[in-house]
Design a protein around this ligand. Structure first.
Ligand code: ADP
Ligand code: MG
Length: 596
């Protein structure tokens, strides 16, 4: 890791040095091109985060650039205000528009979100062209140049430094953000709302805050654009421009922040090249340019989905990227605060008359049972008995048709899943929900979401470092607890499926739960791994964690649990200690053919 960091530091220092020298040696054409690239990169950076990391595609990002550009243009030309007040106004307006648009559209699933982004992109650009105060299609001109401490930035060479300092800071902000509590939630978005809810996070709010952040990056770009060109008109902010920004992000690589820089450079250099070459070939250069870009898009999607950075990464990996130490090592910090666990034997969970109907099918039919603090209770039954459905009812993943569930002193039936998680009920999934491209450490750290508070601004500005150290220390501790402590920096996707289930337990433990509910944790484990899992669960019981386990493997359950609840055809069949359940004729009949 250290060698890696040094190498990366050297690269960044080199790039900064070259960028700083450019205006001294290059001609004004190159400087203007680099200014455009910087502004494009800023927008694309937001898109890498929104689309690449968060999984929400926006075809309307240029509209946010436009809102900011017009906001500062209007304020500085018609109202005679300072461009710095223009900056505040531009960001405020962009942020509020993004908030409003996001609230209207981000709940839309599937293809509806990208479609609605096209709609707002079109309508905002149309608005610019039709409002008298914004100069209609002629736009607004005579926008003042920026002044920094008495220095005019009217010269593109001066503007160049401001633009690239802003781009650098935005990259730093984004980098910090991704390595933080809110960043992990953002990276978790692609895992689905249920995954985030299971750690107490609200996927909609995470997506909304990411959307506003990406829009603010675009807004910053718009402000720079307006004071660089000193003139705004509607066309640079239409849907065509939005697609160009998206193309930058895709071409550079949606997987990495640097993709935004590389992509912006690639697209704008290519565009300039085409504008030089195409007119020699045809009279209709404008249309051909669009065709050339469409072709580039299709080629990329076919051959290099990861963009230029994706190709580079594959290439360096083939050469064998250096492997660092795999533990998270850091100076010890004060641990995160723990919940007080209820006294052994006091009621933790109480299910009363639970019913779940799917249309005509009654999957869970009037089931009642209790779980007391410090117990391991097994929920078993043949396939289709309704165990998973019961599991979803008591974690509030599915709404109940009738009945009550009490968890500690709360009636939780009908609460959103994330609130139940926050009360101290942590779960794992029968179909593993990990983020395969995140490290083991990050996956487990995601579990501590509800115990911590830092938001996007704090994380981006690195004001969250104390809490972040606490989170990572906690994640490492949980990894040690499950025996994967020496693989903290490996990717979760590289683990075998059985081990991924165990990793989910560590993530659940990072939430410091009162009750741990596990759906078939032993599935896919080998015998030795099952024994280790059994030992782990017994150890947790000793530490006071209460466990409810839904399991198929009878042998495994019988040796582990204090009590069993057996379900069959949606109803509770018997309840009791393992030996009594094993001897019960009804259970044997229900499991006929399988070994009990
Ligand atoms: P188990 O986990 O014990 O194998 P499940 O709870 O998955 O059983 O399923 C119980 C019954 O409910 C099955 O008959 C199953 O087909 C049905 N079922 C489960 N989920 C749904 C659903 N979302 N829609 C309709 N039927 C369902
Ligand atoms: Mg099941």
């Amino acid at each position: 890791m250290n060698a890696n960091l040094k190498k990366r530091g050297a690269w960044i220092a080199g790039i900064v040095a070259v960028l700083a020298l450019v205006p001294v040696v290059a001609g004004s054409f190159t400087v203007s091109l680099l200014n455009d690239i910087g502004i494009g990169a800023l927008v694309a950076l937001g898109l890498v985060m929104l689309t690449g990391v968060g999984g929400a595609t926006s075809f309307g990002q240029a509209a946010f650039v436009g809102i900011a550009a017009y906001a500062t243009a209007w304020l500085t030309t018609t109202q005679g205000m300072s461009p710095w007040i223009g900056l505040l106004f531009a960001l405020l307006l962009t942020g509020l528009s993004a908030l409003a648009i996001g609230m209207l559209t981000l709940r839309l699933g599937g293809h509806f979100l990208p479609l609605s982004t096209i709609a707002w992109g079109l309508s905002i650009a149309m608005l610019f062209g039709n409002v008298d105060a914004l100069g209609r299609h002629t736009g607004l001109s005579n926008i003042p140049a920026l002044q920094v401490a008495g220095w005019s930035l009217a010269d593109p060479r001066a503007m160049y430094y401001l633009i690239w300092v802003v781009v650098g800071l935005a990259c730093l902000f984004s980098h910090n953000l991704l390595q933080s509590r809110p960043g992990r939630a953002i990276r978790g978005l692609r895992g689905g709302a249920t995954l985030l809810a299971s750690v107490g996070a609200d996927a909609y709010r995470v997506r909304l805050s990411l959307f506003v952040t990406a829009a603010l990056f675009a807004g910053l770009a718009g402000w720079l654009y307006a004071h660089m060109n000193r003139f705004v008109s509607p066309s640079p902010f239409d849907v065509r421009a939005s697609i160009e920004y998206l193309l930058m992000a895709v071409a550079g690589g949606l997987g990495q922040l640097a993709g935004a820089l590389v992509g912006a450079a690639l697209v704008l250099v290519l565009k300039n090249g085409l504008q030089d070459v195409l007119p020699m070939l045809t009279q209709r250069a404008g249309q051909l340019e669009a065709v050339a870009f469409a072709a580039l898009f299709i080629l990329l999607l076919h051959f290099a989905r990861g963009g230029v950075m994706g190709l580079l990464r594959r290439w360096t990996h083939r050469r064998g990227a250096p492997q660092g130490p795999s533990r998270h090592e850091a100076a010890p910090v004060e641990p995160l605060a723990n919940r007080t666990l209820p006294a052994r034997g006091s009621p933790v969970l109480s299910v009363n008359g639970a019913v779940k109907r799917f249309g005509g099918l009654v999957a869970v039919n009037d089931v009642s049972f209790d779980v007391k603090a410090g117990e391991i209770v097994g929920l078993i039954g043949p396939n289709g008995a309704g165990k998973s459905t019961m599991f979803n009812l008591l974690t509030c993943t599915l709404p109940m048709s009738a009945g009550q569930v009490r968890f500690l002193e709360h009636d939780i039936a009908g609460l959103p899943q994330r609130q139940v998680a926050r009360l101290g009920l942590a779960r794992t999934f029968q179909h593993v929900k990990l983020r395969p491209r995140m490290s083991l450490l990050d996956n487990v750290a995601l579990g501590a979401h509800s115990r911590t508070r830092s938001g996007i601004l704090k994380a981006g500005l690195r004001l969250d470092r104390t809490e972040e150290s606490q989170i990572l220390q906690e994640a490492q501790r949980q990894l040690d607890r499950i025996g994967l402590g020496d693989r903290a920096h490996e990717l979760a996707g590289s683990l075998p499926l059985g081990t991924q289930r165990i990793l989910e337990i560590a993530r659940a433990l990072a939430a410091d739960p009162v009750l741990l509910v596990l759906d078939e944790p032993a599935a896919g484990l080998r015998r030795k791994e099952k024994m280790a899992l059994g030992d782990l669960l017994r150890k947790l019981r000793e530490e006071g964690v209460t466990i409810l386990i839904v399991e198929h493997d009878m042998d495994f359950v019988m040796k582990l649990v204090d009590r069993l609840v057996v379900m069959n055809f949606g109803s509770k069949l018997v309840e009791g200690v393992p030996s009594a359940v094993r001897a019960d004729e009804r259970v044997q009949a229900a499991y006929l053919g399988s070994v009990v």
